[in-house]
Design a protein around this ligand. Structure first.
Ligand SMILES: CC(C)(COP(=O)(O)OP(=O)(O)OC[C@H]1O[C@@H](n2cnc3c(N)ncnc32)[C@H](O)[C@@H]1OP(=O)(O)O)[C@@H](O)C(=O)NCCC(=O)NCCS
Length: 588
């Protein structure tokens, strides 16, 4: 299931969180506002283009004079979205297509038909796609938004319900901008999850059409049904019906067709929504879709219920994964850590019974903190990190605090909590401090284009002059900490800390600092906290959990000390913080 699960998780059509997006017209009014919203939602916007404004920045993103310049500087770009007014669309779209961008999204309305036709020709030549003109864009809920769908990021998150990781949603295709968001919103209210929303645009000449989007949804494993908001005019609904009849679309389709009341010759809101003669009529479209097996709702208000009904019995019998359970629908907040259902406990999507006996505790800690299951070598390394910090005798503040509280007659939980409460910035905090310190050195080296050894040497000279201390180096007891060497050995075995692709790692940065100290005749080796900080950073864990990992590791030690205090010692004894001796088995 592992590989398949991972593959499914990335699915959506046209855009997702990995796609690199360029914004043309990024310096304009709408370009700036929408870039902020796209970034807030999680879209990977990598830069922008406005002719004549190259060299500038918008929200820290570089602005270029042309798409060619942008691609040359940024590397591959997957999608470009144009917040450029109609008059400039043709030039801007051709600029993007000639730069090799595979999908171009044209937001502007009132684009001349002949310009749209010229763009279509250029797209064909480039082997690329364009969406629009006059489109609100695309949203893949939980992943990315390109264009203007959903407004503020918080609203978009609340309105559009994403598929569960590895699960499915319905794909929405709309011929109306406003109704693309409304359809997604009302489906969400009815408990329907959504894989992607695509507004094909309202013009007569369009790039990607309804039928093409439907075929993308057909091929998308994260989509298990298709919902269409259609309109009178044109033949897009009929094209979809033909694909269904030819069994090229086999996923269930539900639709609503707007414009029932419009008579021949009336334009229904959009340029493309016009009945000409007896073609493109409401009745004709409904009949074609129903004839091909689609569920067509008579009123828009009936559409969400019709879709939910369709999903209640999916192709494999039970309810589709696109349909939320009652509990999910009523939920006012969500958690992504553990799923509890009758007879199911799944941690980060993994059945707990399968984890038991098969993965180490260290691997499970990595899984619950990151959502990623580590390989066996990294699991062993996580175990080693936890074991390395399990106890350090009776003198650390956490142990003294736990024993002191235990001696007052406090319970086990109160006493252990007292110990945990003393794990802070100055006790256990060196792990995080050292990790951030090393990251700072790495950034300085990268920004200045210098080697990590040069930066470390300069830093060590500064420390010597100022008398500052750095977290994670040196130890008050050990000169050659037995835990550090072992951790680095296990890290090397797991391939952690080795530079890949030329970028310095935290472990390498730590080594550079050690070398710099040795070079001034003041050897100050990295200690166990520093080693853990460097290794956890290279594993890609968030530094905010580092103190927590130390708490997890130290808890067994604290429990042992509290129980020993409660069973061996007199209540309210005066605990000497230094003068005590070990009387357990000698071992080593
Ligand atoms: C596209 C649209 C949103 C732009 O509006 P806007 O942001 O108010 O326009 P602005 O003039 O502020 O910004 C446009 C920017 O594009 C830039 N531009 C012009 N030609 C360009 C090109 N070839 N490449 C890149 N940028 C270009 C302009 O220089 C301008 O930036 P500047 O202000 O820094 O000079 C607007 O014209 C429009 O069509 N609105 C309707 C959209 C709509 O409803 N779509 C359908 C949804 S259903």
């Amino acid at each position: 299931m592992g590989r398949r699960g991972l593959r499914l998780r990335r699915m959506a059509i046209l855009i997702d969180e990995t796609k690199r997006v360029l914004v043309q017209g990024i310096t304009g009014r709408e370009g700036q506002a929408r870039t902020r919203l796209m970034l807030d939602y999680g879209t990977k916007v990598v830069g922008g283009v406005t002719p004549g404004k190259g060299g500038g920045e918008v929200f820290g993103l570089p602005v270029f004079n042309s798409c060619g310049d942008a691609v040359a500087a940024l590397g591959g770009v997957d999608v470009s979205v144009l917040f450029v007014p109609a008059a400039g669309i043709k030039a801007a779209a051709i600029d993007a297509l000639e730069a090799g961008i595979g999908l171009v999204v044209l937001v502007a309305d009132r684009v001349p038909v002949w310009d749209a036709m010229a763009i279509a020709k250029a797209a064909k030549k480039a082997g690329a796609r364009f969406l629009g003109p006059n489109t609100l864009g695309i949203a893949s809920p939980g992943k990315a938004v390109v264009g203007m769908i959903g407004g503020r990021a918080e609203s978009a998150r609340e309105w559009f319900k994403p598929p569960l990781p590895g699960g499915t949603g319905v794909g929405i295709i709309s011929r109306s901008g406003g109704m693309s968001s409304s359809t997604a919103y009302y489906l969400g209210q009815a408990g329907v999850r959504i894989s992607s929303i695509v507004h094909v645009g309202g013009d007569a000449v369009l790039g990607v059409r309804v039928a093409e989007v439907a075929q993308m949804f057909e091929a998308d494993p994260a989509t298990d049904a298709i919902v269409l908001f259609g309109e009178i005019g044109g033949s897009q609904e009929e094209e979809l019906a033909a694909l269904m009849a030819a069994k090229k679309i086999t996923k269930p389709v539900a639709a609503y067709i707007g414009g029932k009341a419009a008579t021949a010759g009336t334009r229904f809101s959009h340029a493309g929504a016009i009945i000409e003669g007896n073609k493109g009529t409401h009745a004709g479209k409904v009949a074609a879709l129903r004839g091909a097996g689609a569920v067509v709702a008579d009123s828009f208000g009936d559409l969400p219920g019709a879709v939910a009904g369709m999903l209640r019995t999916s192709r494999n019998g039970g309810p589709s994964l696109s349909l939320m359970s009652e509990a999910e629908r009523k939920a006012v907040w969500t958690t992504a850590i553990t799923r509890i259902a009758p007879n199911t406990v799944a941690v980060r999507g993994r059945n707990i019974a399968d984890l038991m006996g098969n993965v180490s505790f260290g691997a499970a800690v990595h899984l619950i903190l990151t959502g990623r299951m580590p390989d066996a070598a990294v699991g062993r390394l996580m175990d080693a990190i936890l074991v390395s910090s399990i106890d350090h005798g009776a003198t650390p503040p956490s142990c003294l605090a736990a024993r002191t509280v235990a001696s007052t007659g406090a319970s086990l939980s109160q006493s252990v909590a007292a110990g945990i409460s003393s794990i802070n910035r100055h006790h256990g905090g060196a792990i995080e401090d050292c990790a951030r310190y090393l990251a700072g050195l790495m950034k300085s080296a990268k920004d200045a284009g210098r080697s990590i050894d040069e930066v470390a040497a300069e830093e060590v000279a500064r420390i010597k002059a100022s008398g500052d201390r750095i977290s994670g180096f040196g130890h008050r007891v050990h000169t050659k900490d037995p835990r550090t060497a072992r951790l680095f050995e296990l890290a090397a075995a797991a391939g952690v800390g080795e530079s890949k692709g030329g970028a310095t790692t935290h472990v390498e940065a730590a080594r550079a600092v050690e070398r710099a100290f040795a070079a001034i005749g003041k050897p100050l080796p990295i200690n166990v906290d520093g080693a853990i900080g460097a290794i956890l950073s290279d594993l890609g864990l968030d530094p905010r959990v580092f103190n927590g990992i130390f708490m997890i590791a130290r808890t067994p030690g604290l429990v042992a000390h509290v129980v020993e205090e409660q069973t061996r010692e007199k209540p309210m004894r005066r605990i000497d913080p230094v003068n005590h001796a070990y009387d357990g088995p000698l071992g080593v």
